[in-house]
Design a protein around this ligand. Structure first.
Ligand SMILES: C[S@@+](CC[C@H](N)C(=O)[O-])C[C@H]1O[C@@H](n2cnc3c(N)ncnc32)[C@H](O)[C@@H]1O
Length: 221
């Protein structure tokens, strides 16, 4: 358990942070994705085609399972995976789980205002974060990813998208009605797609589709 004094202060954001769920997240989250979360995260990681000497940012990392997995694939002494989340309890849990693992760091911060220098990462990844922020923050977060990743760097994003087919519509709208989360409806109505199309990336390609409503995007910065 965290003592309040162990925690960094929560940054200001309109994003739906999950501090309240930090203790249960690793149980609840896979169940809500029908235990397919790992498969989708691994697909996103493969898309980055990482070399062992790179610096990678994981935006909205929660308890950091994917960040740890990425760090484990890095080999050079100055390579690093950085997980960022706006929920201090998530980051505290991520740090505990990563104890002793190298080439890994977790930061409390907000995706719409990243405190990293321009071009300081080779790659960025984000899984199931964009349906936690409103349309304006989706755009700001993408602009920030564009800024902190080097030109020609690789980015992979997995998130709720415009549903296709009956299964896709049932799954997507059930998620919206279950959580009554406006940010999910925005993704369903195409806001993430539009934000990706308008962001100054060199290439954006939707490479796969799951359950008719989750898309995996490969982006070249
Ligand atoms: C559904 S979780 C995704 C976690 C992880 N990427 C995964 O696939 O398991 C979304 C995360 O985004 C975080 N979040 C919400 N608003 C944020 C913001 N503005 N900046 C950074 N993280 C934010 C939440 O605290 C939460 O941990």
């Amino acid at each position: 358990m965290n003592k309040a004094s162990d925690l960094e202060p929560a940054p200001q954001t309109r994003g739906r942070t999950l501090d309240h769920a930090a203790g249960l997240y690793d149980w609840l989250s896979p169940a809500m994705m029908f235990w397919q979360e790992g498969r989708l995260g691994r697909e996103a990681q493969r898309l980055l085609a990482l070399r062992g000497d790179e610096r990678v940012l994981d935006v909205g990392c929660a308890t950091g399972w994917l960040t740890r997995r990425i760090a484990a694939a890095l080999t050079a002494p100055d390579a690093c995976a950085v997980g960022l989340d706006a929920a201090p309890k998530m980051i505290a849990a991520a740090r505990r789980k990563a104890a002793g693992q190298g080439r890994l760091r977790f930061d409390v911060g907000v995706a719409e205002r990243l405190e990293y220098a321009d071009g300081s990462f080779d790659c960025a990844i984000s899984t199931f974060f964009f349906h936690h922020v409103d349309a304006e923050l989706k755009r700001k977060a993408l602009a920030e990813m564009h800024r902190v990743v080097k030109p020609d760097g690789r980015i992979a994003i997995v998130d709720v998208d415009v549903p296709e087919g009956v299964l896709g519509r049932i799954c997507a709208w059930s998620g919206y009605w279950l959580f009554k989360q406006e940010e999910i409806r925005e993704n369903i109505r195409g806001d993430l797609r539009r934000a990706l199309a308008e962001a100054p990336f060199r290439e954006v390609e939707r490479v796969s589709r799951h359950f008719g409503y989750i898309s995996v995007f490969r982006i070249v910065n």
